[in-house]
Design a protein around this ligand. Structure first.
Ligand code: ADP
Ligand code: MG
Length: 393
């Protein structure tokens, strides 16, 4: 067990460098689309304020190349102020004499948010000189950024190497829920995988074959598996590099007696059609592109979900961003929400889809991680959590 913030004593007057995950989704105009990650980071900040610590928060937002106004954390400081009901100071720099001075003048219980740490290229390079400079401003480091704990960056990994440290309450919760789900699943355990990041996600399927009872594959992921089975997929999005892995996974599941279900009908469009009407087919022809699972598949997947004891879902069943292709994802979201199973949903788009279906209150656990959640499920740990000290018993 990793040392938690709650294990830290005598926090009064201490400067805590807290790595939070304020990497919220932004729309084209730079407006925040969802505040789940900010909301989930509040308990740790509140706890530290309550202990009389001086809380200095670091985070990244987006993938800026140098300073970009839309990636500034300024707007997050305003939201934090409302959520915490206290003044939140903002520094437009992460390092330098002004920052040092600013921290030195903080009072117990004050909160200071530093600007987007990825405005500095040293961050993603995990530059240890940069990490040591930041570390010199604080007494302790707390990692509460679950969603970025799979990447060794200066503020997620470097700081933990040079300061006494602990994990925050969100990291603790995510770790506990996901570990328990993979080690003591309520059965039948149904895993639902979809979405588009096939090369990133395909490895996790092997883990699901090991642990889950049934695996439902939809979204673009399904077409690579259909190809592996020799089923026609027309012009649907496939990843040829992954066909062999898909084929190995199908064989592995067969050997282990685990069920992998693929879609049996599809909402398609014709590649060069002028008007993209919604068309449902069982078998795909050459010029067809699969955009969503069809009604028979929704029914078939729904029956598995309704029987489940536990569900883990990552990746939408279709292009849910478009009305014509959202039905598969939204209908399954409802079935998951209404099932008696313990349900976990992870992934940026997957969580957005659950919210679009207005089902978020009926899902047992919405993970704040995307890639991090999958990596955790695969490996049972993450590098930036591993580096944190163990609890002293
Ligand atoms: P998450 O963010 O939940 O991990 P991904 O990013 O892997 O999920 O996948 C989400 C994306 O996959 C969405 O933008 C969705 O439109 C896309 N998608 C789903 N099904 C298909 C499909 N059949 N063809 C193309 N894109 C798809
Ligand atoms: Mg995504």
């Amino acid at each position: 067990m990793k040392r938690s913030v709650k294990d830290l004593v005598n926090l009064k007057g201490k400067v805590i460098l807290l790595r939070a995950d304020f990497n919220v989704p932004l729309d084209g105009a730079g407006r925040i689309m969802d505040l789940n990650r900010v909301n989930e980071s509040i308990p740790t900040i509140k706890y530290l304020i309550g202990q009389g610590a001086k809380v200095v928060i670091l985070s990244h937002l987006g993938r800026p190349k140098g300073y970009e106004i839309r990636a500034s954390l300024w707007q997050i400081s305003l939201i934090l102020m409302k959520r915490l009901n206290t003044k939140v100071y903002f520094s437009n720099k992460v390092i330098g004499p002004e920052v040092k001075e600013r921290i030195r003048s903080m009072k117990n219980g004050d909160v200071l948010l530093l600007e987007n740490v990825r405005f500095y290229e040293e961050e993603t390079a995990c530059d240890m000189k940069f990490a040591r400079e930041i570390a010199s401003y604080g007494d302790l480091y707390v990692n509460d950024a679950f969603g970025c704990s799979h990447r060794k960056h200066a503020s997620t990994y470097g700081l933990a190497r040079v300061l006494p440290n602990a994990v925050g309450l969100l990291v603790e919760k995510e770790t506990m829920v996901l570990t328990d789900a993979m080690e003591n699943p309520k059965r039948p355990f149904v895993a639902i995988i979809g979405g588009v990041k096939v090369p990133d996600k395909i490895k996790i399927l092997k883990k699901f074959v090991d642990v889950a009872d049934t695996i439902l594959i939809g979204g673009a992921m399904a077409y690579t598996f259909m190809l592996a089975k020799g089923i026609a997929v027309g012009e649907s999005l496939t990843y040829l590099d992954c066909v062999q892995v898909a084929s190995d996974i199908l064989q592995y599941a067969k050997d282990k007696g685990k069920k992998i279900l693929l879609p049996i009908d599809h909402v398609i469009v014709h590649k060069n059609a002028q008007r993209q009407r919604k068309v449902v087919v069982d078998n795909m022809e050459e010029d067809m592109m699969g955009m969503d699972i069809g009604p028979k598949t929704i029914k078939m997947f729904g029956e598995e979900i309704a029987r489940a004891g536990q569900i883990i879902w990552n990746g939408p069943m279709g292009l849910y961003e478009q009305d014509k292709f959202k039905e598969g994802t939204l209908k399954l979201a409802e079935v998951v929400a209404n099932s008696k199973a313990y349900s976990i949903v992870g992934g940026g788009d997957s969580v957005s889809a659950i919210k679009l279906a207005k089902c978020e209150d009926k899902i047992n656990f919405l993970s704040t991680g995307g890639g991090a959640t999958l990596k955790f499920i695969e490996d049972g740990s993450l590098c930036c959590i591993d580096v944190i000290q163990e609890k002293i018993r």
